[in-house]
Design a protein around this ligand. Structure first.
Ligand SMILES: Nc1ncnc2c1ncn2[C@@H]1O[C@H](COP(=O)(O)OP(=O)(O)OP(=O)(O)O)[C@@H](O)[C@H]1O
Length: 259
């Protein structure tokens, strides 16, 4: 469905050049949940922005169903890390979620239905007429997820969406994403620097190297479904997979020449 083909991205020119992505290739199948994990600064956000058509690659390409992505595709929804910056403080939850739907030609009743269903699916029905600043951080991130879902995307691109919430809220939001993925049948690309999160959520994990970044390894996660925060994480296979990813990242760091 999605194909990242020899993707590279260099920022700036001359002395201020940063080679963020060296050459990356991997694919994402229809309905798959792919986690991308790598050390801080390895270019995860850059990769996702290229996949979203928000940033042109320096070379290589991203294709969606065989068509090269040259701008934000209609079928794609995004959830970013900074929920506090992505929601409009002067709009209610309802109006924030309805905002991207302006780009779709929908009747009022259909728009209301999509917004209300999305709010219900993230468990915020009682807060639909509240403003973002009246909600906790975790609730605001739920609103950001609902906004992406109401748009009925085929693909959800998520950039470290739970990095700024506490551990318990993070676990709840992880399970929420697994559930909506199932309910909405959406394909997910989920970027995180958290190895446990990547293994817990993913059908596959793409492990990135330090910059200049390439794909170090693509790992299949054959853990039983449905995943469970306690039972899944107690499994020896879970411990094995997380140790494998951890070692892959650490080994690569040790191989880097001293600077
Ligand atoms: N707009 C920009 N202009 C110049 N350099 C940039 C720009 N955006 C990112 N970079 C550089 O590209 C590299 C990768 O950045 P990016 O934000 O994609 O990494 P990341 O893996 O998402 O980081 P983190 O995990 O810390 O969020 C970094 O060296 C960064 O300084």
């Amino acid at each position: 469905m999605l194909e990242v083909n020899g993707l590279s991205k260099t920022y700036g020119e001359g002395e201020r050049t940063t080679r963020a992505l060296a050459e990356l290739s991997f694919t994402v199948a229809e309905g798959e949940f792919v986690c991308v994990v790598g050390p801080s600064g390895c270019g995860k956000t850059t990769l996702l922005r290229c996949m979203a058509g928000l940033l042109p690659p320096t070379s290589g390409s991203v294709s969606l169903r065989g068509h090269v992505v040259a701008g934000p595709p209609e079928q794609v929804g995004f959830v970013f890390q900074e929920y506090s910056r992505s929601l409009m403080p002067w709009l209610s939850v309802r109006d924030n979620i309805a905002l991207p739907l302006r780009h779709k030609r929908l009747g009022k009743a259909e728009r209301t239905r999509l917004v209300e269903e999305a709010v219900e699916s993230v468990g915020l029905t009682g807060f639909i007429d509240h403003f973002p600043w009246e909600l906790s951080g975790g609730m605001q991130q739920r609103v950001a997820i609902a906004r992406a879902l109401a748009y009925e995307p085929e693909i959800l691109l998520m950039d470290e969406p739970f990095a700024s919430v506490d551990a318990q809220t993070r676990a709840d939001l992880e399970d929420l994403v697994l559930r909506v993925r199932k309910d909405y049948g959406v394909t997910v690309v989920f970027v995180t620097h958290d190895i446990d999160e990547a293994v817990y959520l993913g059908d596959r994990v793409v492990v990135l190297t330090q910059p200049p970044t390439t794909v170090q390894e693509v790992l299949a996660v054959n853990l039983p479904e449905p995943r469970d925060q306690v039972e899944t994480k107690e499994l020896p296979e879970f411990a094995h997979l997380r140790a494998h990813v951890f070692r892959a990242i650490k080994r690569r760091q040790e191989l880097r020449p001293a600077t």
